[in-house]
Design a protein around this ligand. Structure first.
Ligand code: URP
Ligand code: ZN
Ligand code: ZN
Length: 466
């Protein structure tokens, strides 16, 4: 007898799609089989049964150096995630220059506990001092924080090559993954100064300030330094074919380098930034053009890019104002739209298979973040994080459907085919037909232990330091 049985759906598990019942006991998948009995039954006839989405790149309730936080709270992010079929997030604990990290971790952990999502964290390192790397980061790893994030651009947080190498070295010693924002800080700064001096200040000049070459250069450099140190990395939010080629070359040489992209790099172009609402499409790397969308699809099909995250970074219209493009906050809200947009553009339009979709949004991020097989798969023993998905439902995306805290979505008015009708987190129905039914505080921290994908290869130049 099960607590709950999902009956009659097409279950997309790690082993392919099979029509069977899913039996859930005490929040975990107990049985995949036929004619299962349960105290409660959910009818999934005509629906897909998919693993709950794992969004391994979200900016949620990030404290700001001067006090306050970003606008999306864990409470609102949880509603957005469940509305879009995501049940687990990995979000960022900030570090600001001159600040330590331990205190931030304690604070951020308490914030996340107020939400409904199962959650893990990346630790941003922007000031890699000896104290931080040698004393505080080991304490975080003992707490289950197994990924460090570095920015190679942005005024207040970017690290130089020496700082980056020190972070790679620390991660290698402690068994963490390093995730990297790859754009060249000095190159963007130089272009920005020249653009502003020429009076080219409108939002669409954001794309001019950071053309693909600055992403390609930083991607190449990040990979080269990771190879030098022998440290696994994931390149975040790849937006162009040139950067994907750098990753493909590294993978062909056997390096532990993975690449992520986001729905905005498959659907939004630099032209969106030319309209009156231009600022609402500003993110970094910048949106490109249709040719780059095709390049990113090709990199997904080949497996070069194997994770599609949202890079959810939400700002209200009021916050996305500024005298010129360089002072307008970057980032787009995408937590709720990630699965519907990718399913529609990918599966419904025949670009990728259903199994590939589940790998991109759930199984692969869970594996790369050390959360698998607890998360990211429908299999006996895994957490019962499940989406009931209607592959035929046509929906026009509106901001109200996104459930996030802000008053805009870059996907407003987009027609999609395929939509989540219910989301279960550890066996509890937390969203049904757009209504959020989860309880505040119901999410659980997911500490991560050592795992193979974050383990170095043991190959260094001259064998020194291996
Ligand atoms: O524009 C973006 N992507 N904002 C969020 C921060 C980041 O770079 O990931
Ligand atoms: Zn970034
Ligand atoms: Zn980001």
């Amino acid at each position: 007898m099960h607590d709950l049985v999902i009956k009659g759906g097409l279950v997309a598990s790690a082993f392919g799609a099979v029509r069977c019942d899913v039996g859930i006991r005490q929040g975990r998948i107990a049985t995949l089989g036929e004619a299962l009995d349960g105290a409660e039954v959910l009818d999934a006839q005509g629906l897909l049964v998919l693993p709950g989405g794992v969004d391994s790149h979200c900016h949620i309730e990030e404290p700001r150096p001067g006090g306050g936080t970003t606008e999306e709270t864990f409470a609102s992010a949880s509603a957005a995630a469940f509305a879009g079929g995501t049940t687990t997030t990995v979000s960022f604990i900030p570090q600001w220059r001159g600040h330590d990290v331990w205190e931030r971790y304690v604070d951020y952990r308490a914030r996340a506990a107020t939400g409904m999502l199962d959650h893990a964290f990346h630790q941003i390192i922007s000031d890699p001092t000896d104290q931080v790397l040698e004393e505080e980061v080991p304490k975080l790893v003992a707490e289950g924080v197994r990924s460090l994030k570095v920015f190679l651009t942005y005024d207040n947080v970017h690290v130089d090559d020496r700082g980056f190498i020190r972070v790679l070295e620390t991660a290698r010693k402690l068994g963490c993954l390093v995730t990297v924002h790859c754009e060249n800080y000095e190159a963007i700064r130089w272009r920005t100064e020249r653009l502003l001096a020429a009076g080219l200040t409108a939002p669409h000049y954001h794309a001019w300030s950071r053309p693909t070459v600055v992403e390609r250069e930083a991607t190449h450099r990040a990979i080269a330094l990771a190879e030098l140190v022998d440290q696994p990395i994931q390149v975040f939010h790849v937006s162009c074919g040139e950067a994907a080629e750098e990753i493909a070359r590294a993978q062909a040489r056997g390096l532990k380098v993975w690449g992520e992209t986001c729905p905005q790099y498959l659907t939004i172009t630099a032209r969106h930034m030319e309209g009156p609402d231009g600022a609402m499409f500003m993110c970094s790397p910048a949106p490109r053009d249709e040719a780059e969308h095709a390049n990113i699809w090709e990199a997904i099909r080949r497996g070069t890019l194997d994770v599609v995250s949202s890079d959810h970074a939400a700002s209200s219209r009021a916050a996305k104002q500024g005298a010129d493009f360089s002072v307008i906050p970057n980032g787009l809200p995408g937590l709720a739209a990630r699965l519907p947009v990718l399913f529609s553009e990918g599966v419904s339009q025949g670009r990728i298979s259903l199994e590939h979709f589940t790998r991109l949004v759930a199984t692969n991020p869970a594996k790369l973040m050390g959360l698998y097989p607890k998360k990211g798969v429908i299999a006996p023993g895994s957490d019962a994080d499940v989406i009931l998905w209607d592959p035929k439902r046509e929906v026009t995306i509106t901001n109200a459907l996104m459930h996030h805290a802000v008053d805009n979505t870059p996907f407003e008015g987009k027609r999609v085919t395929g939509w989540p009708v219910a989301t279960l987190r550890r066996g509890e129905v937390v969203m049904r037909e757009g209504e959020i039914t989860g309880r505040p505080g119901g999410g659980q921290y997911q500490p991560r232990g050592a795992y193979e994908m974050a383990t170095p290869r043991g190959i260094t130049p001259q064998g020194f330091g291996a």
